[in-house]
Design a protein around this ligand. Structure first.
Ligand code: PXG
Length: 457
């Protein structure tokens, strides 16, 4: 171990031992070491203060340093750190959280199945929808329809549900029985249709796929209310009502992946409520604990739960950490905090509109083609030519250039290709929203200078 007197050489140790995603690239450039955080700010090992415009990874919604969550975990850990939910056992934190989730969910949801992450939640979805149709005497209803460029996780089933081409190239994905249809990404289209026309066309690609496969072969459709990791793709208003109509018409289960949109990000408890859909299942993770401890799960509507329960028999599925007492205790404290501090109405009526207005002022920047935001979830599109909306060349890596400039100037935004995205903590103050937008503008100037040096401003 290489170290100075009081501090290990984190970058060297990281390079030698910590394997994650692009190991070679990450460790040639060397990782930025984040050592602490408070409120909406993170700090690196050089003590640089950085405004966290991504809430960690779409999850630290109540902000950092919330002692109440720490206390909830330590209290529970002292009392019963762990117990499982198998073999006719249960325990108060999981039961209390299940009841609380029922309280904050749309009325069709009275039951929850716990998992340890968003990926595990969506693996649960795959097994549960197939089990549901099996129990109803239609075992041939197996296929799950998802969307290109969706993100539903990294385990084998969840990565198959995801529509990420790069992931599918590795390891023979998707697994059988999972197919993909169009996403409602207007800016990414040729823009010959109006947004609402595009939304209808994307929704109808689901209908076409159902007809092609035969409705009697289709179990479910899964979608994120707003695609997150795919680039904050906000669907046109026409999209979700049409998806709902199609699921109703063909009796297809509708699954809303609420891993990012759940627990308030769009100014409603769940994204399905924002868009007025009536899902049969909702997967969740991230915001349920504000990321303080890992927890996921699936809200199960009465339609599905009644079949699973009434038809009986064992659903041969469950995790060691399903309903983990300590994480459940943190989730309870987190949800109570969101309620007590009125954080969701605040997104709808106060900080949401405030940040949106400020964020949209960036639309006049010479390298910005579009800004979009719902609740506290937004994106801007980098373009080389604002008049023609021509993109930067792929070899220019404009998004990564912009992201690095942003981080070096004290703001985290994420780059998805040349789409820059933000999802700040719910506790963001007005002055911090101003700071976010001011820093973003300054960094767009710097990005423009770096990528289009001849043109200047
Ligand atoms: N569904 C959605 C909608 C997600 O955003 C998952 C499922 C999987 O959750 P877990 O807890 O298994 O990671 C996610 C996760 C990114 C990024 O680059 C986003 C996620 C994960 C990793 C990277 O924006 N979202």
């Amino acid at each position: 171990m290489t170290s100075t007197e009081d501090q290990p050489d984190w970058k060297e140790l990281d390079k030698n031992h910590y394997l994650f995603t692009d190991h070679k690239d990450l460790h040639t450039k060397r990782a930025r070491i984040i050592t602490r955080a408070d409120g909406v700010y993170i700090y690196d090992d050089q003590d640089n203060q950085i405004l966290d415009g991504m809430s960690g990874l779409w999850c630290v919604n109540v902000g950092y340093g919330r002692e109440e969550l720490v206390d909830a975990a330590s209290k529970q850990m002292r009392k019963l750190p762990y117990y499982n939910s198998f073999f006719q056992c249960s325990h108060p934190p999981a039961i209390e959280l299940a009841a609380l989730l029922q309280e904050v969910s749309p009325p069709q949801f009275n039951r929850v199945f716990f998992a340890g992450s968003g990926s595990e939640s969506n693996d649960t979805v795959v097994r549960m929808v197939r089990r549901y149709w099996d129990l109803r005497g239609m075992p041939e209803r197996q296929t799950i329809i998802s969307r290109h460029n969706a993100y539903h996780g990294s385990t084998v089933a969840a990565a198959s549900l995801s529509g990420m081409a790069a992931a599918h190239k590795q390891g023979g994905l998707p697994i059988p029985g999972i197919v993909h249809v169009d996403q409602p990404y207007w800016f990414g289209s040729d823009r010959t249709l109006t947004p609402n026309e595009l939304g209808l066309a994307a929704a109808r690609s689901l209908e076409d796929k159902i007809k092609e496969l035969g409705a009697d072969k289709v179990a479910a459709f899964i979608g994120e209310p707003i695609q997150g990791a795919g680039g904050v793709i906000i669907p046109p208003d026409s999209y979700w009502p049409e998806i709902q109509r199609i699921c109703d018409t063909y009796d297809i289960l509708l699954v809303s992946d609420e891993v990012i949109t759940g627990f308030g990000r769009l100014g409603e408890w769940f994204g399905a409520e924002y868009y007025g859909t009536r899902p049969d299942l909702m997967s969740f993770a991230k915001g349920v604990t504000s990321g303080y401890l890992p927890l996921g799960g699936v809200m199960v509507s009465d339609r599905v739960a009644d079949v699973l329960i009434d038809k009986g028999g064992e659903f041969a599925h469950g995790y060691t950490y399903s309903g983990h007492p300590s994480t459940c205790a943190v989730a309870i404290a987190n949800i109570r905090m969101i309620q007590r501090e009125n954080l969701i109405p605040r997104i709808k009526n106060d900080i949401g509109p405030y940040l949106q207005k400020a964020f949209h002022t960036l639309a006049d920047h010479p390298i910005v083609g579009e800004t979009r935001m719902v609740g506290l979830m937004g994106a801007l599109e980098l373009v080389k030519n604002k008049d023609t909306m021509q993109r930067f060349g792929e070899d220019q890596g404009a998004g990564t250039v912009c992201r690095d400039i942003l981080t070096n100037n004290g703001l985290v935004m994420r780059a998805v290709g040349d789409t820059m995205i933000t999802a700040p903590p719910f506790v963001l103050r007005h002055s911090q929203a101003d700071e976010l937008v001011e820093k973003a503008r300054r960094c767009l100037d710097l990005t423009q200078k770096a990528l289009l040096p001849a043109r200047g401003r």
